[in-house]
Design a protein around this ligand. Sequence first.
Ligand SMILES: Cc1cc2nc3c(=O)[nH]c(=O)nc-3n(C[C@H](O)[C@H](O)[C@H](O)COP(=O)(O)O)c2cc1C
Length: 278
Amino acid sequence: MSDTIAGLIERRFGLPTRAGQDQPASGTVAGMLARRSQRRFKPDPVAEETLEIVLAAALSAPAKSDLQQASIVVIREAAQRSAINGLVESMPWIPQAPLFLVFCGDNRRIRRIAELRDKPFPNDTLDMFMNAAVDAGIVLQAFITAAESLGLGCCPISLIRNRIERLGELLALPEGVFPVAGLCVGHPEGAGKLSLRLPPSITVHTDRYDASRFDSELAAYDARRAKAEPAEPGKQRFTERWGLAEPYTWSEDKARQYSVPERHSFGPYVRKQGFALK
Ligand SMILES: Cc1cc2nc3c(=O)[nH]c(=O)nc-3n(C[C@H](O)[C@H](O)[C@H](O)COP(=O)(O)O)c2cc1C
C-alpha cells in the first residue's frame, strides 16, 4: 500500500500527480482509492450484526426525490442460494462467497402508494425506470464502501441478469421491481487485483464535453494498462473470430466483448415487469 494519497492515485491511474502528496494514505478516500473487487473469499460467515450495520449504512445513501427506490434481497436459505449459484456457472466466486445479495430497482412502492392514496400515476416513463436503477446502483456502492471499511470484500455480479426470467421467478419479484446486480460478500482471501482506470483526461471534462483527445489518450491508457495488467494467457475473447492480439489491450478486450449481442432479454423482461419506458 502506498504511503500517501498521491501514491494511491498514481497506482490507480498509472500517472504521476501532486494531489495528496502530503496526505497520509488513511481514511475513507484512501480506502476508495485502493479498493478492488474481491473474487476469493475465506469460508468464514459474515456476522449478522455486521450485515445489519452495512445494510443500514447502504440504505443511508441519497435517493431520487426521497422515493427510496432500492430493494435488497438477502439470500439466506441453502436451497435458494444453490438455485442462484446455478444460474451462472462460469464464476466460481459466486458459490464461494459466504453471503450473496441482489440489489433491485423498485418502482412498485410508489405505484402502490399512488393506489393507496387514490391518486393517478401518469409517470410510467424511462426516466422513472432510470431513477429506480440509479437508486439501486447508489445503494449497491454504498453497501460496498461500508462493507470494505469493515474489512469485507465484495464483487458485484450483473451476470445473473443473463438468466433474468429465472432470477425474477426465484426472487418472486413483483411488477415494478427488477434486478440491477447481485453482490458477493465475504472476508477476502488475498489482496485481490487493483485495476487501472481510464485517466481523468478522458473521464473528467471542464465546462463542456471534449472528446478531441480521446483516441490518443485511449492508446496511451491501453499501453499503460497492458504493461501494468498483462492479459493472462488463454484469456483473450473470441480468438476463433478475432485471432490472438499482441498486446491484448483493454480496448481490444472491450470491443471483442461487445462484438456479440449481450443480454437482449433484459428489455423485454423490464417491459414484462410493467414498465412502459415512455
Ligand atoms: C454493475 C456491476 C456489475 C458487475 N458484474 C460483474 C460480474 O457479473 N462478474 C464479475 O466478476 N464482476 C462484475 N463486476 C465487477 C467489475 O468487473 C469490476 O468492478 C471492474 O472490472 C473493475 O474492477 P475493480 O472493481 O476491481 O476496480 C461488476 C461491477 C458492476 C459495477
